[in-house]
Design a protein around this ligand. Structure first.
Ligand code: DGL
Length: 269
């Protein structure tokens, strides 16, 4: 047993999709969440800047004595080298591997699409992870930089005309390629699930990296005897680098609950 919290971070609110899945699978775990809302987005920044920010985010979580760190951010997961994780005093997980494995298991026709931020698509981390599991699979990547601000501003319903126009703009080439599976390679994108499903007029299996990573965390903690032994529901603390009020407003959409009492703005740089 290990009753220390799980640390989760993202450039902003997107990683809350992973928190939601973790909470459902591991209701007794305490969670410390860090969202770098003062510096979001990471996805359009250089590799050097993303790595510098990610290291500061990790140091912040380590200062809260976490037992495991999840980079619930496609951009960080595809940019920070795996060796950075092995240098840490606690286990470190990104979202790429679990999502790639799920997509490979689910894809019937071997045509997998990946959408994400510019940095995630540029790094081709998903493509490499997928081909590491199934070398014969064809991977089609597309950067969708407008999806993050759309989600953060509440434009994610399948009836929303702006969101529909963006889906048409970003996903038409993937539809033309007849992908059968699509990795929502940025942790903001699961909120666009309904919109994206509706856009494809044939069956496409959508993979949520937050959900797959939550399953991987559950397996890791179970196998290594690191689950929290408490019987009451876990406590959650949320830290962010811009307004707590704004964070809580968007978070209520992601988590379907009010987190005001557990949220605090901090400075980390
Ligand atoms: N949540 C981040 C990701 O998964 C996207 C936001 C950003 O660009 O920082 O890539």
């Amino acid at each position: 047993m290990d009753n220390r919290p799980i640390g989760v971070f993202d450039s902003g609110v997107g990683g809350l999709t992973a928190v939601k899945e973790l909470t459902a699978l591991l209701p007794h775990e305490d969670i410390v969440y860090f969202g770098d809302t003062g510096r979001v987005p990471y996805g359009s920044r250089s590799r050097e800047t993303i790595i510098r920010y990610a290291k500061q985010d990790i140091d912040f979580l380590l200062s809260h004595d976490v037992k495991l760190i999840v980079a619930a951010c496609g951009t960080v997961s595809s940019t920070l080298p795996a060796s950075a994780g092995s240098a840490l005093p606690v286990p470190y997980m990104g979202v790429i591997q679990a999502a790639a494995q799920a997509a490979c298991a689910l894809s019937q026709g071997g045509r997998i699409g990946v959408i994400g931020t510019k940095a995630t698509i540029r790094n081709n981390a998903y493509g490499k992870a997928i081909r590491g599991v199934r070398p014969e699979v064809r991977v089609f990547g597309n950067a969708c930089p407008l999806f993050v601000p759309l989600v953060e501003n509440g434009h994610f319903s399948e009836k929303d005309p702006i969101a529909r126009a963006a889906a048409e703009y970003y996903l038409t080439t993937l539809k033309r390629e007849r992908i059968d599976t699509l990795i929502l390679g940025c942790t903001h994108y699961p909120l666009l699930h309904g919109l994206i499903s509706a856009f494809f007029d044939y069956q496409v299996t959508l993979v949520d990296p937050g959900r797959e990573t939550a399953r991987a965390v559950q397996t890791y903690l179970t196998v290594h005897g690191l689950l929290n032994g408490q019987t009451q529901p876990g406590s959650h603390r949320y830290y962010m680098t811009d307004s707590a009020e704004d964070f809580c407003e968007v978070a209520s959409v992601f988590l379907s609950c009010d987190i005001h009492a557990d949220a605090q703005q901090v400075a980390i740089d």
